[in-house]
Design a protein around this ligand. Structure first.
Ligand code: SPV
Ligand code: MG
Length: 304
């Protein structure tokens, strides 16, 4: 039995409630890390590396499908990819739900379908549909607080088992800490399990100041893509809950594919790259061909 697959729906019974491991991770007292994946294979690689949970990144999934991170991929395409990630890794997945693909109704439908297909949590950002990636341009209109809070409440009411992370885009949209804090408190009141405070500055000053003023009201999640030089000790000190490494499988794959394609093109041969690409055995191992072979022994007629 595939150990990872057997933990696909791992839950801890607590009275009537079922607590997903992602709830434990977000609430844990120590700093936790969630790794980006964007398909079944990258999810399996992250699981093998030892990550306890995955981030189904909108940017990375869009990119791998050849779309821009501006809600060009449909919500059902996202759900399909998340299902492949869940099955291939057995890990809890926090899904980047963008702004929920519409109003409260679209958001709760998205969350319910994600849950059915194996996701453990969804992160919704306080923007409209279509959204634009937070690192692109300066047009990031924020949703009204009341309306976005309704989206959060609808998700919490219809899928209480899902971890609900409310992502605050105020700093991305050019507002200050006060706006970010006001929004965070409103989203906590609406039932969010954690807040994600996003920033595109190259230093962590505003994130750390947010954490200080937030004072632990709910767990704080961060995405240090742009302030990558800050050591994680600063986050531990600031009592940040979870760090999302949000796009490095996608970017690593892009760089590796570019190098490999360039060499094969130039050399008119695959001999030079053979020692640099993953072996087929490694790929077969990641996708558990051994399990299939054992199943064949059990279920196929044996011919001697
Ligand atoms: C994503 O990974 O899609 C995110 C994080 O939302 S970011 O691209 O940093 O906005
Ligand atoms: Mg995103």
């Amino acid at each position: 039995m595939n150990k990872q697959l057997s933990s696909l729906h791992d839950t801890i019974a607590l009275g009537d409630a079922l607590i997903d491991p992602l709830h434990e991770l977000i609430r844990s007292q120590q700093l936790e890390f969630i790794m980006e994946a964007h398909d079944g294979l990258s999810a399996a690689v992250a699981a093998q590396a030892g990550f306890k949970a995955l981030w189904a990144s909108g940017l990375s999934i869009s990119s791998s499908l050849g779309y821009r991170d501006a809600n060009e991929a449909s919500w059902t395409q996202m759900v399909d990819v998340v299902e492949r990630m869940a099955d291939a890794s057995g890990l809890p997945i926090l899904v980047d739900g963008d702004s929920g693909f519409g109003n409260f109704n679209n958001a709760r439908l998205l969350a319910a379908k994600l849950h059915q297909r194996g996701a453990s949590g969804v992160c919704l950002e306080d923007k409209g549909f279509p959204k634009m990636n937070s690192f692109v341009g300066n047009r990031h209109p924020l949703a009204e607080i009341d309306e976005f809070s309704g989206r959060l409440r609808a998700v919490k009411d219809s899928v209480p088992a899902m971890v609900l992370v409310a992502r605050i885009e105020a700093l991305i949209a050019g507002y200050g800490l006060d706006e970010a804090l006001t929004r965070g408190h409103a989203y906590a009141d609406a039932g969010a399990d954690a807040v994600l405070i996003h920033s595109r500055r190259s230093d962590a000053t505003e994130i750390l100041e947010f954490a200080r003023q937030w004072a632990g009201k709910l767990p704080v999640v961060i995405v240090p893509t742009k302030y990558y030089q800050t050591p994680v000790s600063a986050y531990r000190e600031a009592k940040i809950s979870t760090v999302i490494w949000a796009n490095h499988n996608m970017r690593a794959a892009t760089a590796a594919m570019r190098t490999t394609c360039g060499r094969i093109m130039a050399e008119e041969s695959i001999a030079g790259v053979e020692g640099e690409v993953a072996s087929l055995e490694e790929v077969f191992g990641l996708l558990r061909y051994d399990e299939l072979s054992a199943a064949e022994d059990r279920y196929l007629p044996q011919h001697t």
